[in-house]
Design a protein. Structure first.
Length: 611
């Protein structure tokens, strides 16, 4: 039996046709090109030892046909042994595999699978010192693992796999002495847990997937997967694919049950990801590691704090510093960079991490990125807005002014110095940049406690004949017009809904969609802008800013009452609706920001009334 050939034969499971894959290797690309040739035999004649040229039309017609000395067509035939032909038949049949399998077929597959595993284990024990005695059984095992992928065609039968203990058997293969077998087992798990299998599937299929994932996790699948990662050497292509598939399995688990993200972090997986993104050479696994970090940090305070414990913030800043003066080489590396910025933004929602970011000179790095005007510029602005947001961002706000961050912020605000900013960098919209810049200004007005810092901030709006006040009013007018258009459309929809006699729940859904439409149009940016206008007027004891604001508003048909109306609606939407504070504690259990939200509402209404 040609063991090497069997191990190299790829499988083409139906569930993997639309699945994310590693970029093709040189050999894979070559084979793909060969497959496009008119004569299907071209591919086969280029495979296997001792083969020669394919049969051309001229040979088929007699010219150059095999002579009597070549009766078997060794030089013009396909050059394949009987076993190799059988293997190619399996590969060719992959696209014609049945859409589903029935219960008896599944049980037969499992029985054969178990039998092959037991045979391999017995031979390994019996001939531990002579690998040649069990290598053939290892090839059979590898083939049988690939055959088990067929089970992914019927996720509704997964509970049967669990009842038969097949999930435990597969997990046992992760620690197999032959890493090729463990890699094949990981690929099998990746195919069985692919979330695409239950997209638009039946409830039975979805439930089957949940049962399998739960059974795997209960049997320590996460730890076993991470342990196997440490055995793999990505210098070898097969091991590199094994790493990729391992990340895919863990991602599939979290897609089925998002709560598992915190269980994942209890293993050494987070350490592995941080180590992987530190590798300077770019490849798909580094990109995938950054994506998994982003998945783990979303909506999980324990995961973010664990990131901080592992010095993950320092790691992120060090890796991102590589893009201070250098742009990513291609779209894949752009995705890597954006993933890391997203991880940092998510982590900065925690007070403890904001302090680490401050101590790690994160503010200084972001300011340098903005000044360099490279692709990382916009992402750095977003990070600053997250770092300075909320009551916990006060220290970052103060330090930002101390390191002369206002000199970098206000040119952004005025949109100056962007002539050299390349068009291809504009993957974001101007609206997104406006939102983050206004968020930073609003945070500065909210939290700066130093009188000197507040005076420096207000003085910026008086420079150059109040040009920055004019810019504020320009932004107010721009976003007010956008919101007005959406409001007219919403009013029309509301009138239509009144005639439809919708239920209370249906009306609630429609109202939520209306509110989201307003936010999309720029209502939040309008609220932040009017907050900054009101606060600038409030902080200016001489009243010069307020006078300029009144004149500017009159020129566009607005007034201070327009600003007040926006701010009152802003106050109504701050924090959890209905949240109140009794005896210094929130009435909503777990709402740690309720106290801040109440102070925020009072502040907004206060500056509105001061107008």
């Amino acid at each position: 039996m040609n063991v090497d050939a069997i191990f190299k034969v790829p499988t083409v499971p139906a569930s993997s046709l639309n699945k994310r894959k590693l970029p093709p290797t040189h050999d894979e690309a070559y084979l793909k090109r060969l497959k496009t040739e008119d004569d299907d035999d071209d591919l086969r004649t280029g495979w296997g030892p001792g083969t020669s040229r394919p049969i051309h039309d001229s040979a088929k017609k007699g010219k150059g046909a095999p002579t009597d000395e070549d009766e078997e067509g060794r030089f013009y035939g396909d050059g394949l042994s009987a076993e190799q032909k059988e293997i190619w038949d399996i590969v060719d049949a992959g696209e014609e595999a049945p859409a589903t399998i029935d219960l008896p077929t599944l049980k037969k597959m499992v029985l054969k699978f178990e039998r092959v595993i037991n045979k391999n284990q017995d031979l390994r024990v019996k001939h531990a010192d002579n690998p040649l005695k069990f290598i053939e059984s290892e090839a059979d095992l590898d083939e049988e693992i690939k055959n088990m992928v067929t089970a992914s065609a019927s996720p509704e039968l997964y509970p049967t796999l669990v009842d038969l203990g097949t999930h435990v058997t597969i997990l046992g293969l992760l620690s197999h002495e032959n890493t090729d077998i463990s890699i094949a087992a990981v690929e099998l798990l990746s195919e069985l847990t692919d979330e695409d299998l239950v997209t638009e599937a039946t409830e039975e299929a979805e439930e089957g997937m949940k049962v399998l994932v739960k059974a795997l996790v209960d049997n320590d699948a996460l730890s076993l997967l991470v342990q196997n990662l440490n055995r793999l050497n990505e210098a070898q292509e097969e091991d590199k694919q094994g790493v990729f598939n391992t990340l895919s399995v863990i991602e599939n688990f979290i897609a089925v049950d998002p709560a598992l993200s915190e269980h994942v972090v209890k293993t050494s997986f987070l350490q592995y990801l941080l180590q992987r993104i530190r590798v300077k050479a770019f490849d798909s696994n580094r990109q995938y590691a950054s994506e998994m970090l982003s998945v783990l940090m979303n909506n999980s305070r324990p995961n973010r704090l664990r990131l901080a414990e592992l010095e993950g913030i320092d790691t992120l800043l060090r890796v991102l510093s590589g893009y201070k003066r250098r742009d990513p080489k291609d779209a894949d590396e752009v995705e890597l960079m954006e993933n890391l910025f997203d991880v940092l933004c998510a982590a900065l929602s925690e007070k403890e991490i904001k302090q680490l970011f401050l101590e790690g000179e994160g503010l200084e790095l972001m300011i340098l990125m903005i000044k360099e005007k490279k692709m990382a510029r916009m992402r750095a602005i977003k990070v600053l807005s997250h770092a300075m947001l909320g009551a916990n961002g006060a220290a970052c706000c103060s330090h930002f002014v101390e390191i002369f961050g206002l000199k970098t912020l206000f040119p952004l605000f005025m949109r100056k110095g962007l002539k050299t900013y390349k068009k291809e960098y504009k993957s974001h919209s101007d609206s997104e940049e406006d939102e983050h810049v206004m968020s930073i200004l609003a945070s500065l007005f909210r939290t700066l406690s130093s009188l000197d810092a507040r005076e420096r901030l207000v003085a910026k709006f008086m420079e150059a004949d109040f040009e920055k006040v004019g810019r504020l009013l320009q932004i107010h007018e721009q976003y007010s017009a956008r919101v007005q258009v959406v409001d007219l459309a919403i009013a029309k929809r509301k009138a239509e809904r009144e005639e439809e006699d919708l239920t209370e729940d249906e009306n609630a859904i429609e109202e939520e969609e209306d509110f989201l439409d307003r936010l999309t149009a720029g209502f939040f940016t309008l609220q932040l802008t009017d907050f900054v206008i009101a606060f600038a007027c409030y902080e200016d004891a001489g009243g010069k800013i307020k006078e300029r604001v009144k004149i500017g508003l009159e020129q566009i048909g607005h007034s201070l009452d327009t600003i007040k109306g926006v701010l009152k609606e802003y106050a109504d939407n701050v924090g959890e609706k209905g949240a109140t504070v009794v005896d210094g504690k929130s009435t909503i259990e777990g709402d740690a920001d309720a106290e801040y939200a109440q102070r925020e509402r009072a502040m907004i209404l206060g500056v509105a009334e001061a107008l």
